[in-house]
Design a protein around this ligand. Structure first.
Ligand code: ZN
Length: 273
C-alpha cells in the first residue's frame, strides 16, 4: 500500500507540460510520465528566535493566518540565497523593528506548516537572542508630583493615617536614595501598596486605566524598542514605618518589569510622628 503524499490532492498537473500524468515517487518527489520532469519539494528552512529579556521570554502574537492571534516565536522562512543569520536579522527587523547584535544557534527541529491547503515540511533553526534593552533611571522631580499628594484619590488615606504633610515630603525627598525594585510587592521586606506587582494585577489595572495612560505607555515602549535605551525618572516609593506606598511612576515601573528590567525607584523614608 502506498502512502498518499500530503500535497498530492492539490498538485495534479505537471508544471512543465501541463499533463495530468504525475506520479509521486516519494512524499517529496514528483515525476511526470508525459515529459519526464522530476520535481522535488524539498524541506523549507525557517528561523525562529527565543528572545531572553531579563527574567522573561518575549513572544510575538501572530497577525495573520494560520494560527492568527496565537503566540509565536519571532522568525520566518529563509529566502533563496540567504543565510540563516541574515534571515534572522531581516525577520526581526520586519516583525519587531529591532536590530540583533548577536544570536546564538541553539538547535533545529522539524515542523509542518499548512498554508492554503499545501503542507510544507519545514526545518526550524532555533536561535537565542539576549535583549540588550536598558533603562537609565535618574532622580525624579518631587515638584512634578504634587497632584499625587493632594489629589490622587487612592493615596489620601495613607497620608492621613501617617499624618504626612507636603512639607514633610519635600524635606524627606532629598534624603531618599535609589533602590532596585524587582517585580515584587515588597521593598526591603515591607509591603508596598498600589504597586500591583503581579501580571494579573497589572492586566486588571491596565483594563480600567484611562486611554492617555495606555498611549503614554505605548510611546515609551516604542522608544525603548527603537533605540534600545531610555532615560526615565525613577518611580517614587514612600515608606513610613512598616508601610510603603507607590507614590508615583507606576507606568515606568511596569515598562521595566514587562521587559525583564529591574527598575530603580527613589525610596523616601518619612519620619513617624
Ligand atoms: Zn510533464
Amino acid at each position: 500500500m502506498t502512502i498518499q503524499p500530503p500535497n498530492s490532492e492539490h498538485i495534479r498537473l505537471c508544471p512543465d507540460c501541463g499533463a495530468q500524468l504525475l506520479t509521486w515517487r516519494s512524499t517529496k518527489e514528483i515525476a511526470c510520465d508525459g515529459c519526464g520532469l522530476n520535481l522535488f519539494l524539498n524541506v523549507a528552512a525557517a528561523v525562529a528566535v527565543i528572545i531572553e529579556c531579563g527574567e522573561l521570554l518575549l513572544f510575538a502574537v501572530r497577525k495573520h493566518d494560520p494560527y492568527r492571534d496565537m503566540l509565536d516565536l519571532p522568525g520566518g522562512f529563509v529566502d533563496p540565497e540567504e543565510s540563516a543569520e541574515t534571515a534572522l536579522s531581516r525577520e526581526l527587523q520586519e516583525e519587531l523593528g529591532i536590530d540583533v547584535a548577536s544570536a546564538r544557534y541553539l538547535f533545529s527541529s522539524t515542523n509542518k506548516y499548512l498554508y492554503k491547503n499545501i503542507l510544507y515540511d519545514v526545518l526550524d533553526l532555533i536561535f537565542l537572542v539576549n535583549s540588550t534593552l536598558s533603562i537609565l533611571w535618574v532622580k525624579p522631580d518631587i515638584c512634578e508630583e504634587q497632584w499625587e499628594f493632594f489629589k490622587h484619590p487612592a493615596k489620601q488615606e495613607y497620608y492621613h493615617r501617617h499624618n504626612i504633610g507636603w512639607e514633610q515630603v519635600l524635606s524627606a525627598f532629598d534624603r531618599g536614595h535609589p533602590e532596585p525594585y524587582p517585580r515584587s510587592s515588597l521593598i526591603r521586606g515591607i509591603p508596598v501598596s498600589l504597586s500591583y506587582a503581579s501580571y494579573d494585577d497589572y492586566a486588571r489595572y491596565l483594563a480600567k486605566a484611562k486611554r492617555g495612560y495606555r498611549i503614554n505607555y505605548a510611546k515609551m515602549e516604542e522608544v525603548l524598542q527603537r533605540t534600545g535605551t531610555l532615560t526615565l525618572k525613577a518611580p517614587i516609593i514612600m515608606r513610613c514605618g512598616n508601610e510603603a506606598l507607590l507614590f508615583s511612576g507606576y507606568r515606568r515601573l511596569c515598562l521595566a518589569w514587562n521587559y525583564g528590567i529591574v527598575p530603580y525607584v527613589w525610596l523616601v523614608t518619612l519620619p513617624q510622628l
